[in-house]
Design a binder for this molecule. Structure first.
Ligand code: PMV
Length: 324
């Protein structure tokens, strides 16, 4: 084996067209395709070393031992990579993030993208990005998109080999800024793995999935033409539709806090006053406000004044997962 240890970095991504619900839960094959933007300036760095004298896999996140459930999820992911490499050694995994985990900032996307790349490399596998994307998807669906930089599309498919992400446009194609309004940094009560299971209990999920090809094509076209208004319309619709599914699931999943709604109103108000901006919200209370780079200072100034906004993070289009 050329190397028994490696480290990689990856960034989270914000879903512009959301993945919510699986057609195959074990393989994490999504009910519908999705499109995202990889976010620079928020990073997860993961180091993996396979060591013969470890009794079992060990995982630390930001210097603290991970919970048994978290470690188990990572172990199962490492098993896929070990099986592919014909390796049986336990691993030491050390992960560091520079953004709050478990707040709908897709920390699992960055974490599993970095883990997949670092572990594959440490195991001596030299895999092309599409294969890394397939593997990352097994850890956390949205992680398959964080293997790539810029604007990325993950195609829905019944096939494990075909359900992978691919780049739509590089980061410098269109300089949008994601002004993330943090309204809570608390870990969420219901994670997305559980949430995906609930999607099918909503009477609105079937129509959301059936309409997904139309929204994907509107989103793809808007990105390729840099049509901000077109992108804003389809992304807000898509985010609202996913949250409508969550709100109408059994039991209902309510990720929004009062300040989430306050930010949504502030965004609508900004737009009425001529500032180009739209919101999109993943599985958490924080609000991603996307705006062309020229307008981001005006957006940040207004959002800072919204009661309940604790912090603003600014993220620019980011690059792919890389070995470090
Ligand atoms: O990859 P997961 O299981 O964390 O699910 C991500 C779900 C959303 O963030 C809500 C949507 C998406 O496409 O990223």
């Amino acid at each position: 084996m050329p190397s028994a240890s490696a480290a990689a970095t990856a960034s989270p991504n914000i879903a512009l067209i959301k993945y919510w619900g699986n057609r195959d839960e074990a393989l994490r094959l999504p009910s519908n395709g999705s499109i995202s933007l990889t976010l620079a300036g928020l990073t997860c760095r993961t180091a993996v070393s396979f060591e013969a004298d470890l009794p079992a896999d060990v995982l630390t996140v930001n210097g603290a031992m991970e919970t048994p459930a978290g470690t188990e999820r990572v172990s199962r992911h490492l098993d896929l990579i070990r099986a592919q490499a014909g390796l049986r050694l336990p691993a030491r995994v050390e992960s560091q993030t520079d953004f709050p985990a478990a707040t709908g900032l897709a920390s699992s996307a960055a974490a599993f993208a970095a883990l997949t790349l670092a572990a594959a490399s440490a195991a001596g596998l030299d895999l092309p990005p599409r294969e890394l994307s397939r593997l990352a998807r097994r850890g956390s669906g949205s992680a398959c998109r964080s293997i790539f930089g810029g604007y990325v599309e993950w195609r829905a498919s019944d096939s494990d080999a075909q359900s992978i992400a691919e780049p739509l446009a590089p980061p410098d194609h269109w300089h949008l800024v994601d002004v993330v309004a943090i309204v809570s940094a608390d870990p969420k009560a219901i994670g997305s793995t559980e949430g995906h299971r609930l999607a099918a209990t909503s009477p609105l999920q079937a129509s959301r999935v059936a309409d997904a090809p139309r929204r994907l094509s509107l989103c793809r076209e808007a990105i390729l033409r840099r049509d901000f208004e077109g992108l804003a319309a389809v992304c807000e619709l898509d985010s609202n539709w996913m949250h409508a599914v969550m709100l109408t699931s059994r039991p209902a999943l309510i990720y929004w806090l009062p300040a989430t709604l306050a930010v949504m109103h502030a965004v609508a108000e900004l737009r009425r006053s001529g500032v180009p901006v739209f919101y999109t919200i993943d599985a958490g209370p924080n609000v991603h406000c996307l705006t062309p780079v020229e307008a981001h200072a005006a957006v940040a100034e207004r959002l800072r004044a919204v009661v309940g906004v604790r912090q603003l993070l600014l993220a620019h289009p980011g690059g792919p997962a890389v070995l470090v």
